[in-house]
Design a protein around this ligand. Structure first.
Ligand code: F3S
Ligand code: F3S
Length: 116
């Protein structure tokens, strides 16, 4: 089981969750962050700290956020645009740094205004 980052993170990327994750399993794309479902230890710290409530336990995802369960996983299992291999399970987001690329689902989302 895993926690999942939903669409509220897109264009916000507050990153408080990264600092609180004991597994260092929250990876940075371009407009959003993604939780590695193989590395997440289900501690819930990220969900508590996120000020825009972007993070859900996988069984608590609202209907309109369901796509992010597979999408967070796809960030690690699919070959992202501009890369030649899947990210896989690196074992730590800190060493990887910002990937600068998103899944097609997130990349296609409308941009939020600065006020939003
Ligand atoms: Fe995003 Fe919330 Fe983390 S906005 S970067 S999920 S603290
Ligand atoms: Fe990390 Fe715990 Fe969230 S392991 S991804 S802070 S549930």
């Amino acid at each position: 089981m895993t926690y999942v980052i939903g669409s509220a993170c897109v264009d916000v990327v507050d990153k408080s969750c990264v600092q609180d994750c004991p597994a260092d399993c929250i990876y940075e794309g371009e407009r959003s962050l993604y939780i590695n479902p193989e590395e997440c230890v289900d501690c819930a710290a990220c969900a508590f700290i996120c000020k825009v409530d972007a993070i859900y336990y996988e069984t608590d995802l609202p209907e309109d956020q369901q796509a992010h369960l597979a999408d967070n996983a796809a960030f690690f299992t699919e070959v992202l645009p501009g890369r030649d291999a899947p990210l896989g399970n690196p074992g730590g987001a800190g060493e990887i740094g910002k990937l600068g690329v998103d899944t097609p689902l997130v990349a296609a989302m409308p941009h939020k205004s600065a006020a939003g």
